[in-house]
Design a protein around this ligand. Structure first.
Ligand code: FAD
Ligand code: UDP
Length: 369
């Protein structure tokens, strides 16, 4: 065997694993089917602006270990994500906070907002929320659900809100303060020099083969290393033995515009069902980049089919049950480690991927010692 580890995928998970194993003298080969490293956090500099090629990526965490770890590879700026939502002819602050409640109902104090939400919830009469729709209504009432959640969520996931799990909407804070910070986390920011630089540092001195898909020559890759770290789709790895898992796709439409400031904010969400994209990103506002031009990306949710890039796992009960069968099989593997968003079929943010990768490395080091 030429390598100790074959790492399939050069995203955050694969790159951390490779970096940590290389550090202790293990020989790693990373293969990546795209023509660049970094997976979905990849950024590319154009017009002096770091463009987030696969959608807005804002780093946030409350985990000190994760924050200190990632700071070994980059410094962060002080960006705070404060998206604005557009519904018909009005704009609303996100996440759901006193600004949103004022814009929606004209209420000026937390007490007035609580009374309004309670009054709305009473009418809806939900005791135990069983799906995303019920969860959303029991958090903020039907007005906000109808204007800011239902349309956005149904186009994002391609499903009715009653068919989606409640946890998805619990990602967003609801607060009774005038605070537009989208996250509750202690640490937040954008890497000063783009995300790609982080991955370049991690993979320095490690063999990387781009435009190389594991499945194009599986037998060859299975015999090149003692162990495999697999961060692609777990159902594909097992040849869909227990059935296909469902994913959500995305299409990005990016354009350079000859003006300095297009929308005045990094992220603007379009919550109406009729508008086909979910959000417009204006990349320069993540970093306050100086440029006479601006670059914007419209994000269109899309039906996923085999061969497309899988952006989101669809973690409803049916898919989670199928995944549990793959997971059980994966747990019995002695020489294959599954990781990352696709390898473990989890809707994980970057911080959680780092956390999981570090745990996985620790476990592997214990196993080999
Ligand atoms: P990936 O980045 O998907 O990397 C997997 C890599 O494996 C890819 O490069 C892929 O090409 C490669 N690969 C797959 N199969 C094969 C194969 N068969 N052969 C060879 N290579 C293969 N997180 C945040 O914390 N904040 C955010 O603001 C945020 N915004 C997001 C916005 C969008 C639109 C999306 C889709 C995700 C967002 N995330 C965000 C989540 C973040 O992207 C992930 O947590 C992180 O990138 C996952 O890293 P990973 O290594 O698991 O997967
Ligand atoms: N969401 C919504 N309206 C918005 C923004 C988000 O209803 O304006 C819901 C939607 O269901 C989405 C979920 O909240 O899938 C989580 O949003 P987040 O911004 O965390 O999604 P991501 O950045 O992962 O796509």
């Amino acid at each position: 065997m030429k390598y100790d580890y074959l790492i399939v995928g050069s995203g955050l998970f694969g790159s951390i694993f490779a970096y940590e194993m290389n550090k202790i003298g293990k020989k790693c080969l990373v293969i990546e089917k795209r023509d660049h490293i970094g997976g979905n956090i990849y950024t590319e500099k154009q017009e002096n602006i770091n463009v987030h090629k696969y959608g807005a990526h804002i780093f946030h965490t409350s985990d000190k270990r994760v924050w200190e770890y990632i700071n070994e590879f980059t410094e962060f700026n002080n960006f705070i994500n404060s998206p604005v939502a557009v519904y018909k002819d009005k704009m609303y602050n996100l996440p759901f906070n006193m600004n949103t409640f004022y814009q929606m109902w004209g209420v000026k104090t937390p007490e007035e907002a609580i009374n309004k939400i309670e009054e709305q919830k009473k009418e809806a009469n939900i005791t135990e929320p069983k799906n995303l729709e019920e969860q959303a209504i029991s958090l903020v009432g039907p007005d906000i659900y109808t204007k800011l959640i239902k349309g956005y969520t149904e186009k994002q996931w391609g499903k009715d809100c009653t068919e989606l799990p409640a946890f998805i909407i619990k990602r967003l804070p609801v607060r009774l303060t005038f605070d537009n910070n989208y996250f509750n986390d202690r640490y937040q920011g954008i890497p000063l020099d783009g995300y790609t630089k982080i991955i370049e540092k991690m993979l320095e001195g490690i063999d990387v083969k781009l435009e190389t898909d594991f499945f194009d020559d599986r037998e060859h890759w299975e015999n090149i290393a003692e162990k495999i770290v697999f961060t692609g789709m777990i159902d594909q790895y097992y040849d869909y033995e227990f059935g296909q898992l469902e994913y959500r796709g995305l299409k990005f439409e990016t354009e350079t515009i000859d003006m300095e400031n297009y929308q005045g904010n990094a992220v603007i969400n379009y919550t109406e069902r009729e508008i086909p994209y979910t959000r417009i990103i204006e990349h320069k506002h993540f970093e306050g980049s100086e440029s006479p031009k601006t670059i914007v990306t419209k994000e269109y949710p899309a039906t996923w089919k085999p061969g497309d890039e899988a952006y989101y796992p669809v973690n409803n009960d049916k898919n989670n049950e199928t995944y549990a069968k793959y997971e059980e099989k994966a747990a019995k593997e002695e020489n294959v480690i599954f990781g990352g968003r696709l390898g473990t079929y989890k809707y994980y943010d970057m911080w959680k991927i780092i956390d999981e990768a570090l745990d996985s490395v620790e476990k592997e080091i214990q196993t080999i010692n």
